[in-house]
Design a protein around this ligand. Sequence first.
Ligand code: SF4
Ligand code: SF4
Length: 332
Amino acid sequence: MSKPKLAIAWNSSCGGCDEAIVDIEEQLLDVAAKVDFALWPCAMDFKYSDVEMLPDKEITVALINGGIQNSHQKHVVELIRKKAQIVIAFGSCACLGGVPALANLTSTQEIMRNSYIDSPTVVNPEGKIPKAQSSYMGHSLTLPELFPSLLKLDDVIEVDYFLPGCPPTKKLILEAITLVLENRLPARGSVLLPMGSLCSSCERNESKPIDIAISSFRRIHEIEADPNLCFLAQGILCMGPATRDGCEAACIQGHMPCTGCFGPTKGADQGAQMIAALGGLISGSTKEDGQLAAASLPDPAGSFYRYSMAASLLGRKRDETRGTIDGKNHSH
Ligand code: SF4
Ligand code: SF4
């Protein structure tokens, strides 16, 4: 009998999710003994034409990381969806947009201009910006079209399960693969993580006083933080109250506040939930007190939605003038 087939694909992400799979170390050999890899561009020389030749639903499970930002990525994930029985949005970029989705707050034109003209390390005296179609000495070149905003995976294809994390931990990756191989997956559409917030499993939760009064926020490097006390009680922004449990408080264990990489708790908007949680912790009662505390928070959008912008209420700043690099607008 043939072994189950596993496909792993990479879209707009840093590559850390692929790295995390390699980081399951020797247990990767156990996984490899139980599956046949059908696609893993980061590690093996598969061609997309190999996947095209497979019968539909031949791939047992696909772990797809990264958000979808261009026409090539859309084509690849649609192909994988057709060939796979189970698709898992793997990592926070696929589930929620991740850090690359913070670019949704700016326009495609600004991104291209910054990347190809304004960036201090770029030398481009003619100010050339890549186009989807171009020709040079009689040869034509077609590049993927850049979308006006980065989309999470389930904006583009149907997704069966979600495993957020930046990246998902070794334990969670092995658990997810085991659930598939042992046919013990929960209801379709589930997030493969515990339901509660990070605070519920954080060792510092017990040190959180009932009354926290924050007059201004401080960053971790600005004070000598107490390694046993809840970060919020020390006036340091910690996204624990609005972040899904599952990472075993990895950053807190390393004496760093949570930045929210496991995304929101069930059904919540991560930023709105965190702002609501902070609302009761600000000292003073006047509008000015609130404004003073808010002003001490650097980059509120990046702090509250660092990993979940594409899934947020704040959503994407949609400007009618935004288009792709070839000047066309795309709707999804
Ligand atoms: S706010 Fe942060 S430090 Fe405090 S209990 Fe929650 S996760 Fe732990
Ligand atoms: S503590 Fe927060 S930022 Fe760190 S791994 Fe866990 S969810 Fe991610």
